[in-house]
Design a binder for this molecule. Structure first.
Ligand code: ADQ
Length: 489
């Protein structure tokens, strides 16, 4: 009964993201298999337990028949998920096209697509139209699910039109929008043909959140320089309507990782890994296979390290786990071939009959194996060329209480602002600097490792995903109360 009461007192939170936390696969007998998706947004939000949360999003599969849609909706309801159905054409134009081929690279400072600019320009409008259409489909599902008093939390660059569409449907809805990627300098954002419409649509939200203060500042500058609005210490103002802009650095459910390390299954994986790599030090990379993660740069820096430190050859291994994503986008297919070619060349150059220097796995690891890897490895190497935050670095720190391994972290990841004092910060483009940081990390004395680890562990365990979500929603509630007070004054 007590449990029921505590459920009843929780605020309802509609989390709207392009992808649901599970991906659906249809079996031959028309049954649905639901697999947890890998990725930072899902990892962070699954740890949030203070609210009665319902997810609205795409299940990663196109379903054209009514029966399939009905059975998938039922299967997802058990996971408190509500599907948005997108057809193949929309997925191609909105998801693979506008989101992942235009906004994602642009927000990570990679610019608009370089190749075949004319084709891009021609297809730009149809991709943008599909983007708006998809956002409209999300808005319709949110509207169906919405109950008075709900907080609607829209996530990421896929859904920049959603705040506008929701507010048009219901101006009293509490709408927040949070960006998981960096927001680039206004000089980058202004190259985007649809720059103004996107900014205006996001501005319809009551609260706009970013991982770091810098991303928020870039957003405000884009609104002032491109839209001619007024920037204030609270956010952006237009004719008395304030959109609050603030930084909410995300965290992880650190307890989940810490507790998992005690499980017999994880202990068994730890033992197996220790036996496999006995006599060698292990450097770990865990990334989605994405150009922003700097995986080629990481391999090249490791090659430089081996070249300059012959005494370490054979005694150290780079274990790179790269889960393939967005394999429908040609740029990602090219990246995959490029990484395999570089890794093959380095292994050919430095491998021996019994050992290879780089173990590269293209796959998703289950949670227990991932925890074991985080716990046994000596160094984590994060070389993102841009990254909104980077939760892998947080997860590594959470699992290193006993070993106190070293985190080498790109200064271009948002995490550099929170874990910078304990990590070795690097510029991933400078392979010589990364190579010497690897060498420094491997030789670092125990007391320095302990100090660095202590600093980061304290941060990771006190700035959790639960706290992140609670702070965001509480600020969203406050923002709305303040706005109501302003209008009644
Ligand atoms: P991502 O780009 O997905 O997230 P990140 O924050 O590092 O990056 O999160 C990746 C998540 O996926 C982690 O929880 C990790 O454990 C998991 N993962 C990665 N590779 C895996 C593998 N091979 N097997 C199993 N799990 C794997 C986006 C932004 C980030 C931002 C997050 C959250 O790009 O900058 O930190 O959202 O806001």
């Amino acid at each position: 009964c007590e449990k029921k009461d505590s459920q009843a007192s929780k605020q309802r939170l509609l989390v709207v993201a392009n992808r649901l936390p599970v991906s659906a696969v249809r079996g031959e007998d028309d049954s649905w298999q639901l697999n947890v998706s890998a990725g930072g947004l899902v990892s962070a939000l699954l740890g949030v337990k203070e609210f009665e949360t319902k997810w609205v999003g795409w299940a990663g599969v196109t379903v054209d028949d009514d029966k399939g849609r009905q059975t998938l909706t039922q299967a997802l309801a058990a996971k408190r998920c509500v599907p948005v159905f997108l057809d193949d054409e929309i997925v191609q134009q909105y998801y693979n096209g506008y989101c992942n081929n235009i906004l994602w690279p642009l927000f990570h400072y990679l610019g608009l697509p370089q190749e075949d600019r004319l084709t891009t320009t021609r297809s730009f409008q149809s991709q943008f139209d599909a983007y708006k259409k998809a956002n409209r489909l999300f808005a319709d599902v949110v509207q169906e699910q919405y109950e008075e008093g709900d907080v609607v939390w829209c996530h990421d660059y896929h859904l920049m039109f959603l705040p506008k569409y929701l507010k048009e449907q219901n101006s009293s809805m509490k709408v927040g929008w949070f960006l998981h990627t960096p927001f680039p300098s206004s000089e980058i954002h202004r190259t985007l043909p649809s720059r103004s419409e996107l900014l205006r649509s996001v501005r319809a939200a009551d609260l706009v959140g970013f991982h770091t203060y810098d991303y928020g500042r870039h957003f405000v500058s884009a609104c002032t320089r491109i839209l001619g609005l007024e920037g204030t210490p609270e956010g952006v103002e237009d004719q008395g309507k304030l959109t609050r802009v603030s930084a909410f650095p995300i965290g992880i459910d650190s307890n989940n990782f810490i507790k998992a390390l005690e499980l017999p299954e994880v202990q068994m994986h730890i033992k197996e890994l220790e036996e496999t790599f006995a006599g060698r030090r292990v450097i770990l990379g865990v990334d989605r296979l994405d150009m922003i993660k700097g995986i080629p740069q990481k391999a090249l820096a490791f090659e430089k390290f081996l070249e300059e430190n012959p005494s370490w050859q054979d005694k150290v291994v780079l274990l790179q786990i790269a889960v393939p994503t967005r394999s429908g986008v040609p740029e990602y297919q090219k990246l995959s071939s490029q990484v395999h070619e570089i890794v093959g060349r380095i292994n050919g150059r430095f491998g021996t009959l019994t050992a290879v220097p780089i173990h590269h796995l293209d796959r998703n690891l289950d949670f227990h194996k991932l925890c074991a890897l985080y716990a046994v490895t000596d160094v984590a190497l994060v070389t993102s060329i841009r990254d909104g935050m980077n939760l892998v670095s947080y997860e590594y720190v959470a699992c290193q209480a006993s070993k106190k391994g070293v985190l080498i972290l790109s200064e271009f990841a948002g995490a550099a602002q929170s874990l910078g004092a304990g990590a070795i910060l690097i510029n991933p483009w400078n392979v010589t600097e990364v190579a010497s940081s690897i060498s420094y990390a491997l030789d670092m004395p125990a007391d320095e490792r302990e100090k660095r680890h202590y600093h980061n562990f304290k941060h990771v365990t006190s700035h959790t995903s639960q706290e992140w979500a609670a702070t965001y929603v509480s600020e969203l509630n406050d923002t709305i109360i303040e706005a109501q007070l302003r209008t009644t004054q």
